[in-house]
Design a protein around this ligand. Structure first.
Ligand code: ATP
Ligand code: MG
Length: 395
């Protein structure tokens, strides 16, 4: 059962009133048929890009060469794309040219999988020339047309197949799977960023155990990045991620858990992650492997350095078999209690110390010492008590 949002129906109506065919297509139809909330709505139309723009003054060119216009309506963006067929793929990544066509079926034929090649219009109903609905019912990911050809056109599709199987819990159909095995080397031509994005979506997906396809189908040998994950790492992650929260640095920490921090940095950089993700993933692994003492002083000290990652640290330790007892709960209690954990939360600041005659480096050292005093005993975080402790030391 497909019920379109009013805004989408409005966009289809406008195109129809101006004499054009228009259908919702791709991921949104697939998701509706699966009873899931679509992430975004894509429209395919017989209208040419200038005709689309004439229908919708609030629009801008996105991939005009590929026939895509973004229409802004009701505070949302909709991609409206002219029916097209793709020309020759000489680089295994994208078509050298595209040709606009008046045929919806031709447009659906260029799409990757049968479940992504279904169109819908409220009056015309479902248009499903490649029997995607049956594959959806059978939970199968199957290429539109000859799989070997489709993967040689665009090698990214192989990873998309694996990623969709993780997101939906589907199996990759046999011929499609075999074609991935045969064409695995084509992955070398895909850009690092696109590989990283697919791998990340897969590791964050509810059926992350489908990562196993990456090693089973031989894709891992052709990962186009320096310092790629190994087969063993992927297979281990496939099991461990089943019980893991879906956070990017955490899933990559699971993947690279057994590596040295320097090597983790290199792998994350090679995947072109932003600096914070690179640093935090490596940090997370390092902290998770260090001992965490059980007494309140050490727990406060641990939080003082690692409060931003403490949930992830305990989760990672649990995933790798450490029993933390009540440490996570006690850390949460320390934070809820508002215990001072950082120099900025001390009741004394640099200016107070200047006023009593300290200067330069001394001030930093004294504040660090005061923090240690307060981490041992939070009740000492008053201006009076802390200043007394300095005076006592300097006597
Ligand atoms: P998601 O939920 O990830 O957005 P989606 O199916 O909407 O899934 P998109 O990448 O948004 O995926 O692409 C929209 C549609 O465009 C797909 O459903 C598919 O029909 C088509 N498509 C996208 N990428 C490719 C590709 N590499 N080759 C062929 N068709 C593709
Ligand atoms: Mg989409």
């Amino acid at each position: 059962m497909i019920i379109l949002p009013d805004d989408v129906t409005y966009l289809l109506n406008i195109l129809n009133r101006n004499g054009h065919q228009a259908f919702v297509v791709g991921g949104c139809v697939r998701d509706m048929l699966l009873g899931r909330e679509p992430y975004d709505w894509d429209i395919a139309t017989s209208a040419s890009p200038p005709e689309i723009k004439k229908c919708f003054p609030h629009s801008f060119d996105t991939g005009i060469a590929h026939g895509t216009v973004t229409v802004v309506y009701g505070k949302r963006n909709y991609e409206v794309t002219t029916y097209r067929t793709d020309g020759v793929y000489s680089d295994g990544r994208r078509p050298d040219s595209v040709t606009f066509t008046g045929s919806l079926t031709e447009d659906l034929a260029r799409r990757d999988f049968t479940m992504n090649a279904i169109a819908y219009h409220p009056a015309a109903g479902i248009v499903d020339p490649f029997l995607g609905k049956i594959d959806l019912q059978n939970k199968l990911i199957r290429c539109v047309g000859r799989p070997i050809l489709r993967f040689s056109e665009d090698a990214l599709r192989m990873l998309r197949a694996v990623r969709f199987s993780g997101q939906l819990g589907f199996t990759i159909e046999r011929d499609t799977r075999r074609a991935i095995q045969k064409n695995a080397a084509g992955l070398r031509r895909v850009s690092v960023e696109r590989v990283r994005d697919e791998l990340t979506k897969l590791m964050l997906s509810p059926f992350s155990e489908k990562i196993k396809y990456i090693s089973e189908l031989g894709l891992i040998e052709y990962f186009p990045v320096d310092y790629p994950p190994t087969k063993q790492e992927l297979e281990h992650a496939a099991q461990t991620l089943k019980n893991c929260s879906k956070k990017i640095i955490l899933v990559y920490a699971v993947l690279f858990y057994n590596r040295e921090p320097e090597f983790v940095l290199r792998s994350m950089r090679a995947l072109r992650f932003d600096n914070n993700s690179v640093r935090d993933t490596s940090r997370l692994i390092k902290i998770a492997k260090s001992p965490i003492m059980n007494d309140d002083y050490n727990l406060r000290k641990f939080l003082s350095a690692n409060q931003d990652l403490f949930n992830e640290v305990f989760e990672l330790r649990r995933l790798f078999g450490r029993d933390e007892g009540d440490k996570p709960r006690r850390c949460t209690a320390i934070i809820a209690n508002g215990d001072c954990l950082h120099v900025k939360d001390l009741c004394v600041n640099g200016k107070d110390l200047l006023n009593i005659g300290l200067n330069g480096k001394e001030i930093g050292d004294v504040l660090a010492r005061m923090l240690d005093i307060v981490l041992r005993d939070p009740t000492l975080n008053t201006k009076d008590k802390l200043l007394r402790s300095v005076l006592k030391c300097s006597l």
